[in-house]
Design a protein around this ligand. Structure first.
Ligand code: SF4
Length: 415
């Protein structure tokens, strides 16, 4: 690799590290092209994590960091004095192939700043896809970002060649977007999301009648939201996520704890730590909404519009709604079992299956390897309550905290 290309790679891979929406799961597309290389079946894609915990399973780069926009939170903003670089589409395609052949990567995650105009940038992203698929016959996983404001035709063309696409929603409200990223218009973000969703639906329908219909973005679309750069509450953030899942069939909404790298009067101070625990709680709540039948509203109260940092969202829900507990393990419907803190989908399914044969006892739950450490405060088994403290939210909280401390101390004992 020549020095100038290496330099571009250094700058543009470093600039891409703040993008977290790069998971590559959920694609099942085998390479059927004669002589083609790469394979996007889910088993063929491995994930790796960088030292700061972000997913870098793919060659993760920006096409350019030479941006015409001025988003307050971004190092690449036009008014920031940073080192700039721009790949040509041919350079990105060639790098991907070289890295793939050396077994460094399984695929490509390509994002970009807005160079010259949204259309110009999206056109170049499309060219990368075209080169990879048709010149190099590479059918491995490729995730590309959509540049808000780009012509929908370009989005459509790119979507026929990409495995996953994402349009960053960036911030939780329009007001926050106006304050921190005034050149990004909400309608320019929503429109491509809608185009992608419509095309995915259309090609799935067409495929029922014409087997040869190519799939549009088979890995679906995702988006990313910055957390903690604005005063928006967790309820606002999760309410928006819920809408995005419902309206655009999002595969994932990613939360990115705001990392203060640049100073601005509109932003938290540089010395502020990224709100990583908050990000973690948001992912837990997002999981509850997607797989545990929770609604965003249920996770908050009039006065608590943010998730608790001491207890996970399911535990907080149970403690605030003790009137709905304890649940009798032998009778509670599946959806209610899922609301018991500490009980996962697999355990709930097993309970429903096993109780058809015989009434479950506390011992039989243990034999089934159901984790009861926290669940025992919220259930009865054959009518009996097994919690070792009074059925009261504050007393249960104190007991859970005590257990936590004890567990930490016992870890030190092992050292
Ligand atoms: S559009 Fe905004 S967030 Fe994206 S690279 Fe440019 S300045 Fe950064």
């Amino acid at each position: 690799m020549n020095e100038s290309l290496f330099n571009k790679l250094r700058i543009l891979s470093d600039a891409a590290k703040y993008d977290v929406s790069c998971v590559s799961s959920g694609v099942e597309r085998k390479n059927k092209t004669v002589g083609g290389i790469g394979n996007a079946s889910s088993a063929g894609i491995c994930h790796a994590w960088s030292s700061d915990g972000r997913c870098i399973s793919l060659l993760k780069i920006l096409l350019t960091n030479d941006c015409i926009y001025d988003c307050s939170y971004c190092l690449n903003r036009v008014t920031n004095n940073t080192e700039r670089a721009t790949f040509t589409p041919e350079e990105v395609a060639e790098l991907t192939i070289q890295f793939y052949r050396r077994n460094y990567i399984e695929g490509l995650f390509l994002s970009s700043a807005v160079e010259k105009s949204p259309d110009h940038t999206m056109e170049n992203i499309y060219k990368v896809l075209e080169l990879l698929r048709y010149k190099y016959n590479f059918w491995g996983y490729v995730h590309v970002k959509v540049i808000p404001g780009a012509d929908p035709i370009l989005v459509q063309k790119a979507g026929m060649l990409a495995d996953r696409m994402s349009v960053n929603i960036e911030l939780p409200t329009e007001k926050s977007l106006r304050t921190l990223a005034p050149q990004k218009k909400i309608e320019n973000i929503i429109k491509p999301m809608s185009v992608i969703n419509n095309e995915i639906t259309r090609t799935i329908e067409d495929k029922k009648f014409f087997r040869s219909t190519p799939r549009f973005v088979p890995g679906g679309q995702s988006t990313q939201m910055i957390i903690g750069a604005t005063p928006d509450s967790d309820k606002t953030i999760l309410g928006l996520s819920q809408n995005l899942y419902g309206r655009f069939n999002m595969k994932r909404v990613f939360f990115s704890a705001y990392i203060p790298v640049i100073s601005s009067p509109n932003l938290p101070a540089i010395s502020t730590m990224p709100p990583l625990l908050r990000e973690h709680r948001l992912y837990q709540a997002d999981w509850l909404m997607r797989f545990y039948y929770f609604n965003c509203e249920e996770l908050f109260t009039e006065t608590d519009q943010n998730l608790d940092l001491d207890f996970d969202p399911k535990m907080m829900y149970a403690l605030r709604n003790l009137n709905r507990f304890p649940l009798e393990i032998n009778k509670a419907p599946y959806e209610e079992l899922l609301r018991i803190p500490g009980l996962g989908v697999k355990s709930a399914q097993k309970i429903v299956r096993e109780r058809k044969n015989a009434q479950l006892s506390y011992d039989s739950l243990k034999k089934m390897r159901t984790v009861l450490k926290r669940a025992k405060y919220f259930i009865t088994v054959k009518g009996k309550y097994y919690g070792n403290v009074k059925f009261d939210p504050e007393i249960i909280k104190t007991e859970l905290r005590r257990m936590e401390v004890q567990q930490q101390l016992s870890i030190y004992d092992l050292i």
